[in-house]
Design a protein. Sequence first.
Length: 181
Amino acid sequence: MNLVWPLTALWAGVFGLLLYLLIGRNKSSSHRSGSFWEGALVGTLHCGAGCTLGDLVAEAFGAMIPLHVFEHKTFDAWIIDYIAAFIFGVAFQYFSIRQTRNLSFGSELLAALKADAASLTSWQLGMYGWMAITLFVLFSPDLPKSSMTFWFMMQIAMLFGLATAYPVNCWLLRAGIKEQM
């Protein structure tokens, strides 16, 4: 969780700080959140931290080395974003599982994949939905990634990611696929 709260603050600003003060402060990684809903939110923010870091790294990578697979460059960027977010998300989940369970590397990795795949995918879908509206409707034909407006829209996209991933995380917790953080 030491990385989750600062990464959440990157996109959530004051909202992220408020969440930290309400449910994150004074809780070490060895202490679980009190209620189911808080635990689901923290688990969702954990997933979002992987998405945030993955998206930042992927957007920087895409700016340096453009990928041209689809006709529209946005879809190319989303491929790289998803892959990077998935790698970071599974890594975050792996290290969380590693602290709480005593499993083999393969079992821990499989548990991390199970716990994060649906959560991360739902987060990214929420983000991509908002960014599709932003890029193809609100600011069509182009919104440069170097603009403050693009990154503000990405912050809003993260809120949409949170909204779409939270119910999935609740389901993952209830199904026993993911553990409460």
